[in-house]
Design a protein around this ligand. Structure first.
Ligand code: NDP
Length: 614
C-alpha cells in the first residue's frame, strides 16, 4: 500500500532550469499536431454502418430468438438496457422491495458493452476490484487486477441471477416508444416485438458507447475483402478467442484502422497471428505501463464487509483530487489523478490562484506526457516508428491507455505502422486496398477499430420517442438543452428515471457512478411506494433551479478541449461551450444526493403522496 502519488510539483521544480522539457516548444508542437488533424466536418466525418455494412449491427453471439407472442402485461418497473447500468438499477430496485422488474435488452443476454465487445485481448482498464459492481452481494472476487472481458461478462450474468433479473427479462428486444398514460399513472412501453407493456416506473440505462461508427472514407463500400467492427469481432473469420490464437489469419494481410483504447488491446494478438498486420494510425494513444497481475489470495481472504465501497470511494476521492490518506488501487489512474481534473471538474485545488493552478497542472501534464513519449523510445526499436507512435497532446485530451504489449508489437517484422495524420485519416478504400499518401496497401481484411457514437442515447437523440404528460415529447421539452433535477427526472415525465452522465457528475470508474445513481433511484422509488405517491416528478421550479445551478457554476472545460487534438472527448475538435456536469465533481454530488434523501428531499418529487403505508 503506498501513499498518494499525485502531489503537485513544487514551484522550485517548475523553475525553467529544472524542467526536463521546454514548455513553449511543447505548447507549439501540441497546437501544430492538433491543427493538422482538425477536420471541418467534425463528427460528420463518421457514418452509421448501414447498407453494405448493416450486418455490423447484428448479433454474432446469439441465434435469433424465434418469434414469440407479444407481451401485453403490467410490471412494476421496466429497465431499458441490460448492461451494468440496467443491472444495477434492477438489483437496487430489487433490494428496495420492487417485485416485478423487466429488463429489456437488444442483445441476447446481460452484459451491455461487455456483451458486444469480445475482441481478442479485451480487458477492463479500471481495476476489477472497483469496476465490477456488487462483488460482495454476489460473493465474488475477480481473479486479476484488470479483468478480461469474459470474466466481466460472466459477472454481469451472475448479478442477474443473484437478483432474479432473468425471470422477466426480454432479450433481443428493443424499446420503440414510451408513452405516459395519465389516467392510469403508468408508462406504456412498446417494443419491436409488438409488446405493449404497462410499467409504473421506467429506468433508462442504454449506455453511452453502444452504437458503432465508421469513418466516411471514400470508396469504403467498394472493398471486396472481409470487414468487421471490433465490437462485433468475427471469430469465424479470424479463428481463436478473446485469449488470442487467431490461427485463421496466418495467411491473411490484415488492416486495422484506428489506434484508440480498443486497438491497443487487440493489436498484440493480431500482430502475433496475422501473416501481415498494417495498423493505420491517425493519432497515437498515450500508452502507459499496465502491470496486470493475479489477485493475491491472501489479500482476497483478508477482505472485510464493506471493502468494495471503501476501495471505490478511495479511488474516486483520489482521481478527483480529494483527500485520501492512502492509495488502495495504486495504479496509472491514481498516479495521474491531478491531470484528470481537466476533463472532470471537481472543485478541488480551487484554493490556489487560477494562474498558479493552471501552470502546476500544465507542467504536471508535460512531465507525464514526456515520460509516456520516453517509454516509446525505450520500447520501440526503429526510431522512425517510435517517433510516429508518440502522442503530442495533453494527457486527458484522449482516453489514456495502458499496455505492456502494444508498443512492443511494432518490433515484429510482420507489423507495419502507417501514419495517416497528414491526410486526416485513411484517404480511400478500393476493391482490395487501403490508400494513404497515394500508396495502395493491398489487404484481405479490414478491421474497423473506429469507436462509437458518444453520448447520444436513444432517448436524447429522439430515436426512442418519449411522450410525457399531454403528449409532449422529451426532445420537445429539451429543445433548448437537457432539463432535469439531479440528472434523473424531468418535469412532465413522471416516473421516468434516466441513468447517465447528464447534469450530474461522472468519473473514470463509470460503473461506480452508475451504482450511486441506481441506489438513488431505488431509494426514491421505495419512498414513493411507502408513501403511496401517485407518481414521482420534479416541479418545474426544482428543475429550473438545478439547471441554473449546473450552468452558473459550470467549470470552463472549453478552453482545455479547444486546445486538444480532435477526438470524441472534444466533439472532434469542436468543443461545446456549455458543460452539463456538476461543477464540484462526483464526491460532492454523491454527498448532495445522500443529504437530499436524508433531509426528506424525496418529498419534493412525490406527487399526491397519501398516508404512509404500514
Ligand atoms: P476510439 O473512438 O477511442 O478510437 C477510434 C480510432 O479510430 C481513433 O484512433 C481514431 O483516430 C481512428 N480513426 C477514426 N477515423 C479514422 C480515419 N478516417 N482514418 C484513420 N483512423 C481513424 O474507439 P475505441 O473503440 O478504441 O474506444 C472507445 C472507447 O471505449 C474508449 O475511449 C473507452 O472509453 C472505451 N474502452 C474502454 C476500455 C476499457 O478498458 N475500459 C477498452 C476499450 C475501449 P483519431 O484519434 O485521430 O480520431
Amino acid at each position: 500500500m503506498s501513499a498518494p502519488r499525485s502531489t503537485p510539483a513544487t514551484s522550485d521544480s517548475n523553475a525553467p532550469q529544472h524542467l526536463p522539457f521546454d514548455p513553449d516548444a511543447l505548447r507549439a508542437r501540441y497546437r501544430a499536431e492538433r491543427d493538422r488533424r482538425i477536420r471541418p466536418e467534425g463528427s460528420g466525418q463518421y457514418q452509421r454502418p448501414v447498407g453494405r455494412f448493416a450486418y455490423y449491427d447484428e448479433d454474432p453471439y446469439a441465434e435469433p430468438l424465434p418469434a414469440r407472442e407479444p407481451l401485453h402485461d403490467r410490471v412494476d418497473a421496466v429497465v431499458i438496457g441490460g448492461g451494468f447500468g440496467g443491472l444495477l438499477a434492477g438489483a437496487r430496485l430489487r433490494q428496495a422491495g420492487v417485485d416485478s422488474i423487466r429488463v429489456i435488452e437488444k442483445g441476447g443476454d446481460f452484459g451491455g458493452t461487455w456483451y458486444w465487445n469480445r475482441y481478442p485481448g479485451i480487458h477492463c482498464d479500471i481495476e476489477s476490484h472497483i469496476y465490477l459492481p456488487l462483488l460482495e452481494e454476489v460473493g465474488y472476487v475477480p481473479k486479476w487486477k484488470y479483468a478480461p472481458g469474459e470474466e466481466i461478462r460472466q459477472h454481469a450474468k451472475a448479478i442477474a441471477r443473484t437478483f432474479g433479473l432473468y425471470r422477466d427479462a426480454c432479450f433481443q428486444t428493443q424499446v420503440t416508444e414510451l408513452r405516459w398514460d395519465d389516467s392510469e399513472f403508468e408508462w406504456l412501453v412498446s417494443t419491436d416485438r409488438d409488446d405493449r407493456i404497462r410499467a409504473r416506473y421506467v429506468v433508462t440505462a442504454s449506455g453511452t458507447l453502444s452504437q458503432a461508427k465508421l469513418p466516411g472514407i471514400p470508396g469504403i463500400e467498394t472493398f471486396e475483402g472481409h470487414t468487421f467492427h471490433t465490437s462485433r469481432w468475427d471469430y469465424t473469420y479470424t479463428g481463436g478467442s478473446a485469449d488470442g490464437n487467431l490461427h485463421k489469419l496466418a495467411d491473411k494481410r490484415v488492416a486495422l484502422i484506428g489506434t484508440g483504447a480498443t486497438a491497443i488491446q487487440c493489436v498484440p494478438h493480431l500482430g502475433a497471428d496475422a501473416q501481415q498486420l498494417l495498423v493505420f494510425q491517425r493519432t497515437p494513444s498515450s500508452v502507459d505501463v499496465r502491470g496486470n497481475r493475479p489477485t493475491d489470495p491472501d489479500w482476497a481472504a483478508s477482505l472485510t464487509p464493506g471493502w468494495q465501497q471503501r476501495r471505490r470511494d478511495n479511488f474516486l476521492s483520489l482521481v478527483t483530487g480529494g483527500p485520501a490518506d492512502q492509495d488502495l488501487v495504486d495504479d496509472g489512474w491514481t498516479s495521474s489523478a491531478r491531470l484528470h481534473q481537466k476533463l472532470i471538474p471537481t472543485g478541488n485545488h480551487r484554493d490556489l490562484p487560477p494562474e498558479e493552478r493552471e501552470r502546476a497542472e500544465e507542467f504536471a501534464d508535460f512531465r507525464k506526457m514526456t515520460e509516456i513519449r520516453a517509454r516509446v523510445d525505450a520500447v520501440v526499436d526503429d526510431p522512425e516508428v517510435a517517433e510516429l507512435l508518440k502522442p503530442w497532446y495533453r494527457y486527458m485530451c484522449k482516453r489514456p491507455t495502458f499496455s505492456d504489449s502494444y508498443l512492443q508489437t511494432f518490433n515484429r517484422p510482420n507489423v507495419t505502422l502507417i501514419d495517416t495524420a497528414d491526410s486526416h485519416g485513411v484517404e480511400e478504400i478500393t476493391r482490395n486496398a487501403v490508400v494513404v499518401g497515394g500508396t495502395a496497401y493491398e489487404v484481405d481484411c479490414i478491421i474497423f477499430s473506429t469507436g462509437f457514437e458518444v453520448g447520444r442515447s436513444g432517448i436524447t437523440s429522439g430515436r426512442l420517442p418519449v411522450h410525457g404528460r399531454e403528449g409532449i415529447t422529451l426532445t420537445e421539452a429539451w429543445q433548448n438543452g437537457p432539463r432535469t433535477l439531479h440528472g434523473f427526472y424531468s418535469h412532465g415525465f413522471p416516473n421516468l428515471f434516466q441513468l447517465g452522465p447528464l447534469q450530474n457528475a461522472s468519473a473514470v470508474n463509470y460503473v461506480h457512478v452508475l451504482d450511486e445513481q441506481a441506489v438513488h433511484v431505488a431509494e426514491v422509488v421505495a419512498e414513493a411506494r411507502k408513501r403511496g405517491a401517485r407518481y414521482v416528478e420534479p416541479t418545474a421550479e426544482a428543475e429550473n433551479a438545478w439547471v441554473a445551478r449546473i450552468h452558473e457554476n459550470a467549470v470552463d472545460v472549453y478552453t482545455f478541449h479547444a486546445e486538444c487534438t480532435p477526438g470524441y472527448y472534444n466533439n472532434e475538435g469542436m468543443p461545446r461551450q456549455r458543460g452539463e456536469s456538476f461543477a464540484d465533481g462526483p464526491v460532492a454530488f454523491h454527498s448532495l444526493l445522500r443529504e437530499w434523501r436524508a433531509n426528506g428531499g424525496v418529498r419534493e418529487v412525490l406527487v399526491d403522496a397519501g398516508k404512509e403505508r404500514a
